[in-house]
Ligand binder design. Structure first.
Ligand code: ZN
Length: 89
């Protein structure tokens, strides 16, 4: 398992311990951002898309990349103040 790449993670180290809920976990490098301090259980390793640095939907990710390249803060599901509907009648 160590040295394998699963999804966007490369497994660096096997971690077993009560500290991590007694589940067998792995220290992984996120290949999207390069952070190596991610402790992820075996199950999550196959489910998780990233360490949290990226958004799973491909469309959003593309946009995020473009914005990030331009140093623009990316807000997912940006909410707009709704218009006033109170003046009917
Ligand atoms: Zn990451």
């Amino acid at each position: 398992m160590v040295g394998k790449t699963i999804g966007n993670f490369t497994v660096l180290e096997s971690i077993v311990g009560e500290k991590y809920g007694k589940k067998h976990s792995w220290r992984c490098r996120c290949n999207l951002c390069g952070s190596e301090d991610n402790i992820i259980s075996t199950t999550n390793l196959y489910k998780q898309y990233s360490c949290g640095c990226a958004i799973s939907s491909k469309g959003s990710r593309k946009i995020e990349e473009i914005l990030r390249n331009n140093n623009i803060d990316f807000l997912q599901e940006k909410r707009f103040a709704s218009c006033a509907f109170g003046d009917s009648g």
